[in-house]
Design a binder for this molecule. Structure first.
Ligand code: AMP
Ligand code: TRP
Length: 339
């Protein structure tokens, strides 16, 4: 349990390493908006550009993707007054605390991370040192605000367990109760949106096939085409949610349908159970267009004023530093740095 003296505070981040996908939207951003609007939390959302460069990023593309991600957050309902919205490299406290955590985390912990194993692959000798240390920086992102809750998709669960391990080891080694043990918030029908071409792979901005994902910037025709061509099996949808168990592609489309219409999977199945894909897919495509088109339209509008986006990010960074700076200073004191 999180110690009661920590202010309820939400932190989450997304890498500006490419366009936003439907997976990012349903698994992360939509839930960021909910937590912002629910009240009872301070909410802090970050474009983690330092994480993005753990693999090669073209500088111009990184700049564009960072602004586009910011536009995506705002278009989806993040209010830069209610939430703190900024990019990581403008708040140096992240990298500073990240270094301390590099000295707390153990090589063995990092080597067990499945994302490291997937991304470094067989060629780990040639992966960047930053990619290996990635989860320690992620722990710093969260803990430099003493964040208590972190909404993410399913794929980040292991990193959040490591964040707790780092907080616990720091607290133990220095004999303090300084960092909270952060709670992951992994909820909803779409915590793991899968590729439209392969129900065993997650939908990802780095998949070479554009048909595998719905991008938040796709127009209505592209969305409809991708859903129409999504891989499925030949059977109609089952009558109940249990019937989806061994049918990853069907389950994925139903999960997307449920998440977009704010239903549980059971409620969604009460509506669409038994349908043929020829009936279900066009309905899903219409729903996706109805929900996503206003967001992509607003993103395009915001992208026409990059100076406004930059001003929002600069203001967000200022507010973030007000929270992060005293926590970093206190950490340095605990560690024994002369201040
Ligand atoms: P990333 O794009 O890897 O920086 O991910 C940003 C956020 O989106 C994280 O909270 C991820 O867990 C979430 N996310 C990314 N892809 C998916 C997906 N296919 N399904 C659900 N959540 C996802
Ligand atoms: N690792 C996350 C991802 O790839 C992004 C991230 C970086 C993050 N720092 C974070 C998410 C802190 C939540 C909290 O999706």
């Amino acid at each position: 349990m999180t110690a009661p003296h920590f202010t309820p505070r939400v932190f989450s981040g997304i890498q500006p390493s490419g366009g936003l996908t439907l997976g990012n939207y349903l698994g992360a951003i939509r839930r960021f908006v909910e937590m912002q609007d629910r009240g009872g939390f301070e909410t802090i959302y970050c474009m983690v550009d330092l994480h993005a460069i753990t693999v090669w990023q073209d500088p111009e593309a990184l700049r564009k993707n960072t602004r586009e991600l910011c536009a995506g957050f705002i278009a989806a309902g993040i209010d830069p007054e209610k939430s703190i919205l900024f990019n990581q490299s403008q708040v140096p406290e992240h990298a500073q605390l990240g270094w301390i955590f590099n000295c707390v985390a153990r090589m063995g912990w990092m080597a067990r991370m499945t994302q490291w194993k997937d991304k470094a692959g067989k060629n780990s000798e040639n992966a960047s040192l930053g990619l290996f240390a990635y989860p320690a920086l992620m722990a710093a992102d969260i803990l430099v605000y003493h964040a208590t809750h972190v909404p993410v998709g399913e794929d980040q669960k292991q990193h959040l367990e490591l964040t707790r391990d780092i907080a616990a080891k720091f607290n133990h080694d220095y004999g303090v109760d300084f960092f909270p043990l952060t709670e992951p918030v992994i909820e909803g029908a779409a915590t793991r949106v899968m590729s439209l071409r392969d129900g065993s792979k997650k939908m990802s901005k780095s998949d070479p096939s554009d048909m595998s994902r719905i991008n938040m910037t796709d127009d209505a025709d592209a969305i409809a085409k991708k859903i129409r061509k999504a891989k499925t099996d030949p059977e109609p949808l089952p009558e109940t949610a249990e019937g989806l168990a061994d049918r990853p592609e069907a389950r994925n489309l139903v999960n997307i349908y449920a998440a977009l219409s704010d239903l549980t999977v059971e409620q969604a199945m009460a509506q669409v159970g038994g349908q043929q894909f020829g009936q279900f897919k066009p309905m899903l495509a219409d729903l996706a267009v109805e929900k996503l088109a206003p967001i992509s339209g607003e993103m395009a509008r915001l992208m026409e004023a990059p100076d406004e986006i930059d001003a929002i990010l600069a203001r967000g960074a200022e507010r973030a530093r007000e929270l992060a700076s005293p926590i970093l200073q206190r950490t340095y004191e605990i560690v024994g740095m002369v201040r």
